[in-house]
Design a protein around this ligand. Structure first.
Ligand SMILES: N[C@@H](CCC(=O)N[C@@H](CS)C(=O)NCC(=O)O)C(=O)O
Length: 219
């Protein structure tokens, strides 16, 4: 039975899981979530009532959270690219950076986007300002961190880079990375050039008109 990924190509957390799948050429069936397809949405809600995607189904097993999906793939469907190092100390560094991208880049980025979808009267100006301030702080920290590195943790592409790629991709659309953060901008370009992530970005191109803040004419 093939692995099934319930996902949407334009979703950042889905691109994180897709990047890992493409790194290793892991076969899977994409179950594209569409709000106008009640059948797939019901199937998805039955699997994961929290209704956040991606969700991986492996036979009778349901695996949620993009990071855990990538760890699961590494354990059960390993390929030529080990996205988590075998050495537990090196793996801890990878997990730490993975948390950084989810919590301090993706979360504030989503806050700004989701707020823009609310009716004017329900917007959270203070929360959005805090989210933008967090992005500036996170960019500054990352700029120092990436000064002499190619990838986020260790010497090779890892789980942390799978998370960094869509996080920085959309964060730059939402809250542009200041040119002063040259190391972050260069890292984002390296991620865009990585074939696995480039494929995920290409597959999502048709959905760019859906970006609530307006997708820039680049990338
Ligand atoms: N912690 C989850 C976050 C997943 C998440 O937020 N996914 C977004 C799409 S990028 C989603 O499900 N959005 C639907 C919604 O908010 O209703 C993970 O790491 O997989």
């Amino acid at each position: 039975m093939p692995l099934k990924l319930y996902a949407h190509p334009f979703s950042s957390y889905c691109q994180k899981a897709l990047t890992a799948l493409y790194e290793n050429g892991t076969p899977f069936e994409m179950r594209v979530l569409a709000y106008d397809d009640p059948q797939i949405m019901a199937e998805f809600a039955a699997l994961w009532p929290i209704k956040r995607f991606p969700v991986l189904v492996d036979g009778g097993r349901t695996v949620v959270e993009a990071t855990i999906i990538i760890e699961y793939l590494g354990l059960h469907y390993p390929g030529p690219v080990a996205l988590l190092p075998a050495d537990p100390r090196a793996a801890l560094e990878v997990r730490m950076l993975d948390r950084f991208f989810d919590n301090y880049i993706s979360t504030p980025q989503q806050k700004v986007v989701f707020d823009s979808l609310r009716p004017e009267a329900e917007r959270d100006a203070r929360g959005v300002a805090d989210a933008r301030a967090m992005l500036d702080t996170a960019y500054a920290w990352l700029n120092r961190h990436m000064a002499e590195r190619e990838w986020a943790a260790g010497d090779s592409f890892s789980l942390a880079d799978c998370g960094a790629a869509p996080s920085l991709f959309y964060a730059d659309w939402t809250h542009p990375i200041d040119p002063a953060f040259a190391h972050v901008r260069a890292y984002r370009q390296r991620l865009l050039a990585r074939p696995s992530f480039a494929r995920a970005v290409d597959e999502a191109r048709p959905y760019r008109p859906l970006f609530p803040l307006g997708a820039p004419d680049r990338d």
